[in-house]
Design a protein around this ligand. Sequence first.
Ligand code: ADP
Ligand code: MG
Ligand code: MG
Length: 887
Amino acid sequence: MTDKWVYRFGDGTAEGTADMLELLGGKGANLAEMSTMGLPVPPGFTVTTGVCTAFYANDHAYPDGLQSEIDSALAGIEAIVESEFGNPDNPLLVSVRSGGAASMPGMMDTVLNLGLNDETVAGLSHSSGDERFAYDSYRRFIQMYSDVVLGVEHHLFEGLLDDHKNQRGLVLDTDLDADDWKEVVETYKAQVFQDLGVPFPQDPQEQLWNAMGSVFGSWMNQRAVSYRRLHKIPTHWGTAVNIQAMVFGNMGEDCATGVAFTRNPATGENTFYGEYLLNAQGEDVVSGIRTPQHLTIAAKSNNCATDLPAMEEIMPGVFAELERVRHTLEHHYHDMQDIEFTIQNNRLWMLQTRTGKRTAAAALKIACDMVAEGLITKTQAVQRINPESLDQLLHPTLDPDADREIIARGIAASPGAAAGKVVFSADDAEGMAKDGEDVILVRMETSPEDIHGMHAAKGILTSRGGSTSHAAVVARGMGRPCVVGVGELRIDYKNQTMTARDVTVGAGETITIDGAAGEVMLGRVPTTEPTLSGDFGALMVWADEIRTMGIRTNAETPADAETALRFGAEGIGLSRTEHMFFDADRIVAVRQMILAPDVEGRRLALAKILPMQRENFAQLFRIMEGKPVTIRLLDPPLHEFLPHNAEEFVEVAEAAGIDPEYVRVRTMELQEVNPMLGHRGCRLGITYPEIYEMQCRAIFEATAAVTKETQIPVAPEIMIPLIATKAEFDILKILVDRVADAVSVETGAKLNYLTGTMIELPRAALRAGEIAENAEFFSYGTNDLTQTTLGMSRDDSAMFLRSYETQGVLEHDPFVSIDVDGVGELLKIATERGRATRPNIKLGICGEHGGDPESVRFCAHMGLDYVSCSPYRVPIARLAAAQAEIN
Ligand code: ADP
Ligand code: MG
Ligand code: MG
């Protein structure tokens, strides 16, 4: 096999295709695809990711044959555009751009106008007939190349440009004429010489190879490395380099450059969404140097921030072509695209397309709309939504009736409402968030260095930039509410204040932002819960049609149960009864029960708790209307309910009518060295059977009463926690059945119930075969099972888990996502052995993992009957379960 290092595109053909993502990177593969589709793409070629890999494998040496492949590909471009690289009379200029298989925004930089030098700039001036344009391009090139390739900081050049403007009394870049740019170019070159001791490189071949080398070099820079670590992108993928003939958006008023999304990436609305700048080049649009203009008349009139003309108004012909490209791309890719384009003398050129990043709300709307438009199937729609991202839709928005004092308006960049204390740096945001504060990160603009602070913040606010600025794009990706381009906001980093309309807000004061309306408000504005209707409901219906695994919820309060039902829970998988013990109206009785010296004393106290507990269960049963409800009998060690200090001892003693000293002594007696492994779970039931008897009685009496009252049979599932041995289970099963029989006789009701256990100790998983002889269901308690399998206390693991993750000891936090190899194997063993004994045994999991998409997938593959998770994660689990079914 001969290695091929270079793939050409342009002029209606290409050697690559969109699915050659790994070899050509996203940018290169899609440039090739667009070219073959017949879209206008300037000719160029992609140097493959294979070269990057070879470069690092061979001590920064390029593979044989690369040179000649590049030479001939370059000649190919020259033939198409009829100019010549390095020819002083008619120079070809190129852009050099990086692009790997996964997009890494902002991680690697582009060099434009490469091929310019003191001679070719004159040739460009001549061939274009526009001297100003030629020198404007040259100064851009010197600045970019020096920054990206030579490491001369770009702010030095900005300083020189400012000096020049100040000396001449000029304000905007557009005020500078050809002579101005010539002088600026000279100062730039002098700056490079001063910094590096050598002149700015004049040889175009040297420029080209060094630019390419620096793209490959940047694959291993710190930012790129940490971005890859954060996003789990393997290093061996490498980056490709795209070399492409330049087209010029800076050649006059019939030229422009812009970026757009084929649909609105914030709301998902099927409208063209983008910005452009007249007479500008490259990244001027995203850099926030000038305020970009809207593409469409509609977008312009919806937004009072600018009254500059829309492209639709002043370039109707090119705009119409761009609209056609928009439809062509969507019909080809069947997804919303994020595009970059340049217009040279009223002619459109496409420079990039990729799948556009979007908010969760937009993703949902786009998927549903595309099903309606016949672009994708329902199954594809279900596959396309990241379950985790639904979380964003389940969170509050501003209460429409609440008073609000708006102090500034900007561009609505990422929806959702957030309130918090103002901070002006990413480090402050991270620091205060660690201390449990809600913060809003306020910056003039953001850059990749701010990512950690954006992550830590509840919301992001910037005074500059448009809807495609760094802040906007990153915030949407993270699901953080974000308002950008608040032009009326003056930020003073030094004094740590921001001022708008005479209101000054200092660091630490609270503001609220509404990322859907683009508003900034003083103080904390109340929020309302989201309603889950329309597209959300439709997607959930499609997911439910696909999935076979049930989804239940963990709930003990009526409010939780109701929320979970709204979100589509099909039952309760875990109701923790201890939460009911803490209620203010019964904690006294609970403590009395624990402090009692003997069985009689305990029974007396338990009799007071019984009616209250019964009413708790009755409420849950009524809400669940016959859906299964798994109730876990008391689990935590008793001392958790007892007072902790002298003052409380007295309080409790008075309430219970006993001696404070007795309370103190009994409390001390109940202390445990290692409560997690101590007197808890079924061990309580074995030593104090009267507690479980009371709970079972409460459950069965409520079952009988609610069944009679509603005429819908209640389906309780009694779950015994922390079983390690069959003997424990058998003893307690007899207890459960005995109470059920008694209640049945007393009430005359026929009780239908299951008795099962949590599998949360490794021994129980291993002995699942014999435990299943009497247990009718297993619920995998993966929280404790993770603790006991790894021998790792969840509450203490924060101390070392981070360095475990960074050093690669563990791939992820095992308390968030199931440790598939260890805990997962125990689950498989328990499942196999349990089913071998009792083929129809009901299997589910409760615990945090029930709402983690990865873990849900794992459970679906094991064929569990259901997962149970917290109410807000029910939709996430429904979608994840459907996706598991599809794959
Ligand atoms: P990023 O990965 O940051 O999006 P790109 O490689 O897409 O960087 O380049 C940034 C911008 O440079 C493009 O959006 C485009 O405006 C400009 N650009 C790149 N190549 C060319 C070209 N051949 N002609 C004109 N402009 C170009
Ligand atoms: Mg870039
Ligand atoms: Mg780009």
